[in-house]
Write a new protein. Structure first.
Length: 223
């Protein structure tokens, strides 16, 4: 049997955002409740530099701007997704740093951020190589003592999303993937209802970066 080549990630996500409105994609939410609650639980405040990885058209930055956050970066592989967010924000979009990039190829400034937020990017990285590159960027971008809010599909969540396979996580697997240097502070579950009415089970994690250096590998690297 001939194995079909994996789709080019950027082409895939640009097509998704050309074909669907923000309120039609399965991960759409009117208010990012869990994100906001876990950000608050970290103790981070409006002066904390925050990067929303895969933020695309998410309304998270709208809410943070309204709360007085001053240093916000939204990173997404899809320029079309970022365009939706900039159009929605209007003049306020100039207060956000927009980065069109694949997180696994991004070159963040070392120690630039106090909080890394990722709702549903990591679970699309299904090879050890892409996960290792993600972890390297996470460790580089976060300052020692910084925080990460990461949401993935839970072990009983979907096996595919947007036509792509995913890797589902519990706390043990996430910590194994991230390697040494991260402390799990809080874990919670969410049953997300999509615009089409389907249920998707997510796992949410709040972690603190303890500041150990990145060695170039994680315990996940050969799996």
């Amino acid at each position: 049997m001939t194995r079909e080549p994996a789709p080019d990630p950027k082409a895939h996500w640009e097509r998704v955002w050309r074909e669907k409105r923000p309120d039609e994609v399965s991960w759409h939410q009117r208010r990012p409740t869990h994100s906001l609650e876990l950000i608050a639980a970290s103790g981070a405040g409006p002066g904390t530099p925050l990067v929303d990885v895969g933020g695309g058209a998410s309304p998270l930055v709208d809410t943070l701007l309204e709360a007085g956050w001053q240093d916000l970066t939204v990173l997404d592989i899809s320029g079309a997704a970022l365009a939706h967010a900039r159009a929605r924000l209007g003049p306020a979009a100039t207060r956000i740093r927009w980065v069109e990039a694949d997180v696994t190829a991004w070159a963040p400034e070392a120690g630039r951020y106090g909080l890394w937020h990722d709702r549903a990017v990591l679970h699309f990285l299904t090879t050890p190589e892409t996960r290792a590159r993600y972890v390297e960027r996470l460790r580089t971008a976060l300052r020692p003592g910084g925080w990460a809010v990461i949401a993935t599909f839970a072990p009983d969540g979907p096996e595919r999303c947007s036509g792509l396979p995913v890797r589902r996580y519990d706390a043990e697997l996430l910590l194994e993937t991230l390697g040494d240097g991260f402390e799990l502070v809080e874990e919670r579950r969410e049953t997300h209802r999509t615009p089409a009415g389907a249920e998707q089970r997510f796992a949410w994690f709040l972690l603190r970066h303890k500041g150990s250096g990145f060695s170039g590998t994680t315990r996940d690297a050969t799996r």
